[in-house]
Design a binder for this molecule. Structure first.
Ligand code: PEP
Ligand code: MG
Length: 534
């Protein structure tokens, strides 16, 4: 039988070989007609309670990142409006399982149809809740994959991920899915290779398969040549991973002697719990969106988190970015649906249009500043007027805090370079304290290819000469005006891109903590040709 090869998008890098284990089928709903409403109501109440107890058990043994995801499911399960609709259907004569499946399926379809990547990615959480309750109603059981299996289906629920023992290998291959989903975040942080967007793949449960989540390939029923190729590539990857771990405590110095600052990107304050600050030169980007995931945080909540990171980093610089909501990052109660959100009210535009929310964040940052080496940057800056308006708010709040006798400090204020206008014409920005290139957005705007759209993923290439030219121009502008320049987009963490980035003259890269070792190893191997030190 000949092999089947499918191509997808890498959501978490690595290799896995093993049997395919199908996931994601909802338990079959068998209608019990005629239904006795009283009995069905009790059955649903019991099933909801049992599902909540099972989730609470998972929560008790979960790591902080997973706990947050489980908490989100607990919140969904506690949403009375879902249960109320199901109880209403039971009252009209439907059995509990059909009623619950019907309500949740409509809700899931709503999430899936959302123009918003964030909400689409949360549909898997809802499906997980639906199936968990249905299993209690239909007496179904959770089948566990063999260790080392490749989980294969349309999408994977976070709790299904957490129920698997990944310590003995394995991977995830999804025909749908999304790189921004909760489960993709978990896979990256646990080092489980994962591909999404594979489309229809002809395969049967138990078929042997090879998952190459470096090049984005799933090979089902591989032949000897494909196995040989896989072995070579995965061995190379393992050697690289081993070498990378050795690079972690070392300073990042290129083959020709240039010292590169290696900073980390934090998406959450908990990211630092497993990270040794001595392995990096500071924080190049702390995204503050996580603080706004459940609504607007108050000044004290923000201050506590910012201070925590500053104290962790001690005397290393910590660059915190003001709220970058909008686009692919909606914030309930703040962002509004827009026809074209990536070109709309996002980043600094949104903050300036909500000065009350912005001022709260500014005060928290000003008060945290004396606890470390804080620097603050603004996202999505397109004009110097935006920078000056934001700076004026920092100065006004700093004055107000000082007048009230509150300890604070005005930190250096910089900007993200991610709107092409800034990279093409940087001259008005000579007054900013630092520049940080957001290659994710810069690439999507230069190439006119949405960063969340798998269909144009090939175009959204940060190594395109047009993007590299703008990066080099920005570095040159910074050097000429004594303004430090760093790059904090995902390209900085991709070993293959690092030599190209260094060749633009960049000497500071900021990467996700999980990529730090690989990125450092890539720097150590690379020449710094093209820059001042090269
Ligand atoms: C970027 O755009 O490259 C960036 C670092 O910011 P974000 O990915 O949060 O938009
Ligand atoms: Mg960006």
């Amino acid at each position: 039988m000949s092999s089947v090869i499918a191509h997808g998008v890498v959501a978490a890098p690595g290799y896995a070989s093993g049997p395919l284990f199908p996931i994601g089928q909802s338990p079959e709903v068998v209608a019990l007609h005629p239904a006795d409403p009283d009995r069905e109501r009790i059955r649903l109440t019991d099933a909801l309670a049992a599902a909540a107890a099972a989730i609470a058990d998972l929560m008790a043994s979960a790591a902080p990142d997973a706990a947050e995801i489980i908490e989100f499911q607990q919140m969904l399960l506690a949403d009375d409006s879902l249960a109320a609709q199901a109880y209403a259907a039971i009252g009209a004569g439907t059995d509990a399982a059909t009623a619950w499946a019907g309500v949740l399926t409509v809700e899931i379809a709503g999430y899936e149809a959302s123009p918003d990547d964030y909400f689409r990615a949360r549909a898997a959480d809802l499906a997980d809740i639906r199936d968990r309750v249905l299993r209690h109603l239909t007496g179904g059981s959770d089948l566990r994959p063999q260790p080392g299996s490749i989980l294969f289906g349309v999408d994977l629920a976070p709790s299904a991920f957490l129920a698997v023992d990944w310590s003995r290998g394995g991977g995830i291959a999804l025909s749908g899915g999304s790189v921004t989903s909760h489960v993709a975040m978990l896979a990256r942080s646990r080092g489980v290779p994962m591909l999404v967007g594979l489309g229809r793949v002809q395969a049967a449960p138990g078929d042997p398969a090879l998952l190459d989540a470096e090049r984005g390939r799933l090979v089902v029923l591989p032949g000897s040549e494909e196995r040989h190729e896989y072995l070579k590539a995965s061995t190379g990857y393992l050697q690289l991973a081993h070498a990378a771990r050795a690079a972690l405590p070392r300073p990042a110095v290129t083959a020709d002697g240039a010292r590169i600052d290696m900073l980390v990107n934090l998406a959450h304050a908990d990211d630092v719990s497993a990270l040794d600050p001595r392995h990096c030169d500071g924080v190049g980007l702390m995204r503050t969106e996580f603080l706004f995931a459940d609504g607007l945080p108050d000044e004290e909540q923000q201050y506590t988190q910012y201070r925590r990171i500053l104290e962790w980093a001690a005397d290393r610089p910590v660059t915190i970015r003001t709220l970058d909501a909008g686009g692919d990052k909606p914030v309930p109660g703040l962002t509004v649906p827009e026809a074209n959100p990536f070109l709309g009210l996002r980043g600094i535009r949104l903050s300036l249009s909500h000065p009350d929310v912005f001022r709260t964040q500014i005060r928290a940052l000003l008060r945290a500043a004396p606890h470390g080496e804080l620097r603050v940057m603004f996202p999505m800056i397109a004009s110097i007027a935006e920078y000056r308006a934001a700076r004026a708010l920092f100065e006004a709040e700093c004055l107000a805090l000082r007048t009230a006798g509150t300890a604070c400090r005005l930190p250096p204020l910089g900007i993200m370079v991610e709107v092409p206008a800034v990279a093409i014409h940087p001259q008005p920005f000579a007054e900013v304290a630092f520049l940080s290139i957001g290659s994710n957005d810069l690439t999507q705007y230069v190439m006119a290819a949405g960063r969340d759209n798998g269909a144009v993923a090939g175009l959204a290439d940060p190594a395109h000469p047009a993007v590299l030219k703008l990066i080099a121009d920005t570095v040159r502008f910074g050097d000429a005006h004594g303004i430090p320049v760093s790059l904090c987009g995902d390209a900085a963490g991709e070993p293959a891109q690092i030599p190209r980035l260094l060749a633009t003259g960049l000497r500071s890269l900021s990467v996700a903590p999980a990529q730090l070792a690989f990125a450092k190893a890539a720097v150590i191997r690379a020449p710094a040709a093209g820059g001042e030190d090269g």
